[in-house]
Design a protein around this ligand. Structure first.
Ligand code: AMP
Length: 353
């Protein structure tokens, strides 16, 4: 049985927005999370990447914003959002904000702002004025709190996306500081690939009596992604295999994962020298360069992106048909996140290690 967004009780404007995006029915994750979030209380959700989880938390939150301001009055020009969504990386924050903007396109009275490192302060601070929903990475958000460019006292709902990655990236203390700045909130929704003990400890600090929704364990599903393993005899053999795979006629766009920033650049250079449309993406590049490269991937101008784990987090480009693990992931969760770059939005994908 399938459920539509209307049946989930979302208001008409959002139902129309989902139709405009081509979502005909809710995904299983959305079927569970939307009613749970609307019912209130704190929730801990484990869900797989590519399952539609972003819309699953955005829709109920936006629904409540719209219901609270039915006439679409412009919000006062203060930097005091009601909804705060925390993401571990800039790329993910941008993706979540872009999804939110798509869902409220044409609606009045709802402004969305993004706060993240690597971007100029001035514009971000300006955009916060009158924003009801803010998507942020923790470090820059705390910077702006300290300089009083934003206040979190009015936050009613807090979302922590990819909590497992937050811990990996050393954001535990930042999360606690943010938690204290919005301690009057009514709801916290926490998402993570796993419920590992360190995640549960974090959840204990940030949530109250959270109920759990366990949707899929990392690595359990991905039925639409064909996973293969090839053994290489030597480095030069590995490079040959890579080029052989990239020459596959069924390959539309690909992400090649490297173990280090230097390796990602080297692979991209070699591929380009051999006639492939490849570019590198890693965390040490200036933000403007990263954004240009991601945009080029999204538009299909870049066929092959050679990336590191952190830089590739959250990339959501439906035409990515292949993920290639040239360098091996260090942790099981990294593998899951990597292969989740393909097989997006119900398509099939191939992941080769
Ligand atoms: P996420 O798990 O949030 O990264 O979403 C994965 C992809 O699924 C994104 O490209 C979304 O635009 C897409 N998506 C989300 N919800 C739906 C839906 N109900 N029907 C079809 N596609 C969806």
């Amino acid at each position: 049985m399938t459920i539509t967004f209307k049946e989930l009780g979302l208001n008409d404007a959002l139902v129309k927005a989902t139709e405009a995006l081509g979502y005909t029915q809710a995904t299983p994750v959305q079927e569970q999370i939307i009613p749970a979030a609307l019912a209130g209380g704190d929730w801990m959700v484990s869900s797989q990447t590519g399952s539609g989880k972003t819309a699953a938390f955005l829709l109920p939150l936006l629904h409540q914003l719209i219901e609270a301001n039915p006439s679409g009055k412009p919000q006062p020009g203060r930097a005091e959002p009601q909804i705060l969504i925390l993401c571990p990386t800039r790329e993910l924050a941008q993706q979540v904000a872009a999804d939110a903007v798509n869902l409220v396109r044409g609606m009045k009275g709802i402004r969305i702002a993004t706060v993240m490192g690597g971007m100029p302060y001035g514009k971000q601070i300006q955009a916060l004025k009158g924003a009801s929903l803010v998507v942020a990475t923790p470090g820059r958000l705390l910077d702006l709190c300290d300089s009083k460019a934003i206040r979190l006292d009015d936050v009613k709902q807090l979302v922590i996306d990819e909590a497992d990655r937050m811990l990996d990236m050393g954001f535990a203390e930042d999360l606690e500081a943010i938690d204290q700045r919005c301690s009057g909130r009514k709801q916290t929704l926490m998402f993570s690939a796993t419920f590992a003990p360190n995640i549960m400890a974090l959840a204990n600090e940030l949530t109250k009596n959270a109920k759990r929704i366990e949707l899929a364990h990392a690595g359990e599903k991905h039925a639409n992604i064909e996973q293969k393993l090839h053994w290489a005899d030597s480095m030069s053999h590995k490079h040959q295999l890579l080029e052989h795979i990239l020459a596959d006629a069924t390959l539309d766009q690909a992400v090649v994962f490297a173990s280090t920033q230097v390796e990602s650049e080297k692979i991209a250079d070699t591929l380009r020298a051999n006639g492939y449309e490849a570019s590198a993406l890693h965390g040490a590049m200036p933000q403007a360069v990263r954004m240009r490269r991601l945009e080029s991937l999204r538009k299909g101008h870049t066929k092959i992106l050679v990336a590191t784990d952190v830089a590739a987090r959250g990339i959501d480009v439906p035409r990515i048909s292949h993920v290639i693990n040239f360098g091996l992931p260090m942790k099981p969760e990294d593998y899951t996140h990597r292969i989740g770059r393909t097989g997006r939005a119900g398509r099939n994908g191939v992941a080769i290690t």
